[in-house]
Design a protein around this ligand. Structure first.
Ligand SMILES: Cc1cc2nc3c(=O)[nH]c(=O)nc-3n(C[C@H](O)[C@H](O)[C@H](O)COP(=O)(O)OP(=O)(O)OC[C@H]3O[C@@H](n4cnc5c(N)ncnc54)[C@H](O)[C@@H]3O)c2cc1C
Length: 565
């Protein structure tokens, strides 16, 4: 079924955990990366494509940090234009255009509707100039030009928008993605190119040899073992954990992290047809349609606790609901919220209110042998990796036994995306899966959207077991074969790895995937050899994660009970 090929589309390497850990210990790498979010995964892939040897350790799952908790936009960032950050916007728009071509299955153009009310912090004329600039800066990599909408046409497209005070609307274009899948695809691509990337391995120490950091001590959080990665250069791509990793080398702290949350409601309660960008209290928020659900975000508040423990609390949810209810005439309440997620922005420390902190990235050198990259955006991961590696090669390139090639990531498609006309391919593939394999249309569409041309690898698990072609539960768009594929080929180690990041059923499934979690656990247990006790433990851990996601309600219920008493 797949047309075209690229170096990344070759047969997968041995991704068995034992084999990867053995290589981590045995080999000396050109580069060791700490952190398996989009930044670290992007660096590992770029380095592997340049012919460097790479190790990557990730203390949780790939994308378990900020990269799996974003707004899922691949965008230039219209509001950064308002802040005069032309360079940042131009770079992000170029990256958006490249990703639309290199990963057309995972990054899709999306029309965005922007209603402007009388009390908005945006001025219509300035916004129009901004949108003209946005179109121009995208140049040949643009998606489409913006246009203005009368209040009537704005409401025709989005009937749930409030009519009173609506002055004008705009329609422009950006792109949306599945952030966790994008990150995972980049990491898996790096591995196919020879990188050794392992999840659930935590860097716990950095060691110098001859005045140069040359070893990363690690702990295997699954098997309990420990070991050392030897490398010629070490890169910290630890997102909001940057200061903790730098402290392992006695380096200074850099970050002023902020938290942003999203909440998910049934589509029937927030029936939007396109992404809606709206202003509230001087801030910009987005409401995005996603299958049977819509999600809304985000907030921007200082956050000083453990980034891994960030959750949406009662105030966060109340704020987003207030903003949504001020813009849409739908009367959302806490009880409509079926899921939430919270991410921590790895922003560089600057004085001022949180939302005025610029989203840019920094590359820091030192102590010798350690390079730190932090800040940036999901959208700009490719160019961040390119700049970081150019810098490392310039400073430390003589340490590498071979001269690295130039960056190739702007040309080599991501796995699943090497098709000239992806939309046509997608149409034909979905029809073939529906008519030839009897796969329900929604599941077929998801399969091709998530894996692109690689969906045939998922189907291959069903050749001997046709039952795997069934959805995980009636009406669910995810096939049983995807669980087996995730465990065998995508390094899913826990039930949450599958239900939250290989699929997003935890966030967008019915009741956090209640109807299908047992079946998913059964299939993972079979693939990974879990005992009954381990399967029960995985299910309990998953239920706890779902409960944390909706814990904001207990505060709401307590307040309601107190008010009623
Ligand atoms: C609410 C919100 C919305 C956003 N929306 C968008 C958007 O729509 N579009 C966009 O372009 N950008 C968006 N961003 C920004 C974007 O998500 C981040 O810039 C990006 O994901 C950061 O990626 P990262 O790899 O640097 O960090 P992370 O994804 O956090 O990765 C760092 C990784 O390092 C690992 N790690 C930490 N310490 C260790 C250790 N000792 N050993 C091993 N591993 C370790 C962590 O487990 C983590 O997985 C958003 C951010 C937030 C918070």
């Amino acid at each position: 079924m797949a047309k075209g090929s690229s170096p990344v589309d070759s047969a997968p390497a041995d991704f068995s955990r034992a084999a990867l850990l053995e290589r981590l210990e045995r080999e000396t790498f050109d580069i060791a990366v700490i952190g398996g979010g989009i930044t670290g995964a992007g660096i590992a892939r770029d380095a592997a494509l340049r012919g460097l040897t790479v190790a990557l350790v990730e203390k949780g799952d790939f994308a378990s940090g900020t990269s799996g908790r974003s707004s899922r936009l691949i965008h230039g960032g219209l509001r950064y234009l308002r802040q005069g950050q032309m360079r940042l916007v131009r770079e992000a728009l170029r990256e958006r255009g490249l990703l639309l071509r290199l990963a057309p299955h995972l990054v899709r153009p999306a029309p965005i509707v922007l209603p402007l009310y009388a009390d908005s912090h945006h001025r219509p004329l300035r916004l129009r100039f901004g949108l003209v600039g946005y179109d121009l800066l995208a140049g040949g990599l643009g998606i489409g030009r913006h246009h203005g909408l009368s209040p009537e046409r704005t409401l025709q497209g989005e009937p749930q928008l409030r009519a009173e005070g609506l002055q004008v609307g705009f329609r422009y274009f950006d792109a949306v993605t599945d952030d966790a899948r994008l990150t995972l695809t980049v990491a898996l691509s790096a591995m196919r190119l020879g990188a050794v990337a392992v999840n659930y391995v935590e860097a716990v120490g950095l060691e110098e040899t001859g005045g140069h950091i040359a070893s990363v001590h690690y702990r295997d959080l699954i098997g309990g073992g420990q070991g050392t990665v030897r490398a010629r250069a070490v890169v910290s791509a630890a997102g909001p954990w940057t200061d903790q990793v730098r402290s392992l080398a006695g380096a200074s702290s850099l970050l002023r992290p902020t938290k942003g949350i999203h909440l998910v409601v049934p589509r029937a309660r927030l029936a939007i047809n396109a992404v809606v960008a709206f202003g509230w209290g001087g801030r910009d928020l987005f409401a995005m349609p996603h299958g049977q659900h819509s999600y809304v975000g985000t907030t921007d508040t200082d956050y000083a606790d453990d980034p891994g423990a960030a959750e949406a609390d009662h105030e966060d949810v109340a704020y987003v609901l207030e903003a949504a209810n001020g813009t849409f005439a739908t009367g959302l309440s806490m009880s409509d919220v079926v899921a939430t997620w919270a991410g921590v922005r790895p922003l560089l420390r600057e004085e001022g209110a949180p939302s005025s902190v610029p989203r840019d990235y920094e590359i820091l050198d030192g102590p010798p042998g350690l390079y730190t990259i932090c800040g940036g955006k999901l959208t700009t991961f490719r160019s961040m990796a390119e700049h970081l590696l150019d810098y490392v090669i310039e400073r430390d390139g003589t340490r590498f036994p071979r001269r690295p090639a130039r960056c190739r990531t702007a040309r080599v498609p991501l796995p699943g995306g090497a098709v000239a006309d992806f939309r046509r391919y997608e149409k034909e593939a979905v029809a073939a899966l529906r008519d030839g394999w009897q796969i329900p249309e929604e599941a077929a569409a998801r399969l091709v959207a998530a894996y692109g041309t690689e969906h045939v690898r998922v189907l291959s698990h069903a050749v001997r077991e046709p039952d795997l072609l069934q959805p995980l539960a009636p009406g669910c768009p995810v096939l049983a074969a995807e669980v087996v594929h995730a465990a065998r080929q995508e390094m899913a180690v826990t039930l949450e790895d599958f239900l939250r990041r290989r699929s997003d059923l935890m966030l967008f499934g019915q009741d956090g995937g209640r109807a299908l979690r047992d079946e998913a656990a059964r299939l993972m247990a079979r693939s990974l050899g879990w005992s009954r006790q381990e399967t029960r433990r995985q299910l309990a851990a998953y239920r706890e994660a779902v409960a944390r996601m909706t814990a904001f309600r207990s505060r709401a219920e307590t307040s309601a009970a107190e008010a009623g008493a």
